[in-house]
Design a protein around this ligand. Structure first.
Ligand code: PAF
Length: 287
């Protein structure tokens, strides 16, 4: 596996991978790779001729009081994992490569980025949209893979790519890959490693209570009291704050008071022991 740290090396290596129009998968990450990322890589390998992964802890998507400095960085270990998964090229730029002096552009996607995590993390999705647009332009992949765990992020990226016509010249397919979970149901995340043993055990309440709430909503029970009960259960289990627990349209992410015939999603963000966990699950119309 080659490792590119400058744009010149990246371009040379990418061109070597597609002399005859081979399909190229991009798996953008911030590193600290876990089984969830490896699942994206495996899907990418099954789908495309070559896989390129990027590792960049993007400062513009972290708020001033968030965990940018503490975010786990383990490039050597990550590179070994990528190599084992058959990744052809690792794009690992420094901040000075992605945001050189004088960088002044910001991509802001309205609508889908505004509620949910957008409300509690102002500017976060601007940072994501801007860096992913840059990654798409730098690598020009035919396919890009993202985890459905970050469901709102995926919606923002799809809207950005559509509106900026990025899907036409290169990124033909933006593929969402279902969330990978630990044995007790907790969605895999690089941030799970912040959890103490006690909080890690309590964190499994999140997917369990979400499934409980989904069963009730699918059985026709009222959404508002069901979501209130979900919040109470999380607070009772040791979560300190619930940023949101929302039933939303799976496409627009607009909140729903009840199931309305179109695909729906339950999305939750809650804090435990200083760590913010997010999760989302499909809600079916009829059980
Ligand atoms: O999901 C992530 O790891 C990041 O938000 C992404 C898409 C790599 C952009 O920095």
């Amino acid at each position: 596996m080659q490792i590119a740290k400058t744009l010149d090396v990246l371009r040379t290596q990418v061109e070597k991978l597609r002399p005859g129009g081979e399909s190229i998968a991009l798996v953008p990450t911030m590193g600290a790779l876990h089984e969830g990322h490896l699942t994206l890589l495996r899907r990418a390998r099954e789908t495309c001729d070559h896989v390129i992964a990027s590792i960049f802890v993007n400062p513009t998507q972290f708020g001033p009081n968030e965990d940018l400095d503490a975010y786990p960085r383990q490039l050597v270990e990550d590179a070994a994992m990528l190599q084992r998964e058959g990744c052809a090229l690792l794009w690992a730029p420094g901040v000075e490569v992605m945001y050189p002096d004088g960088f002044v552009t910001n991509i802001s996607v309205s609508g889908v980025s505004e509620g949910l995590c957008g409300a509690s993390r102002p500017g976060h999705f601007d940072g994501v949209a801007t860096v992913v647009c840059k990654l798409f332009n730098q690598v020009r992949p035919s396919h890009a893979f993202f985890g459905e765990k970050d469901f709102q992020q995926l919606a923002v990226i799809r809207a950005m790519a559509r509106d900026l016509d990025l899907t036409m010249p290169h990124v033909h397919s933006i593929i969402g890959v279902p969330t990978v979970r630990e044995a007790d149901g907790l969605a895999m995340s690089s941030r799970n490693r912040y959890l103490s043993q006690e909080h890690r055990a309590a964190a499994a309440t999140l997917p369990r209570e979400m499934q409980e709430a989904i069963a009730r909503i699918e059985d026709g029970q009222d959404t508002a009291p069901t979501l209130a009960a979900l919040e109470d259960a999380l607070l009772g289990a040791g979560f300190s704050q619930v940023d949101y627990a929302v039933l939303a349209d799976a496409g627009s992410l607009a909140p729903l008071e009840r199931l309305a015939g179109s695909p729906a999603r339950l999305l939750v963000a809650a804090r435990i022991g200083g760590t913010r966990l997010i999760d989302n699950m499909a809600v079916e119309q009829n059980r």
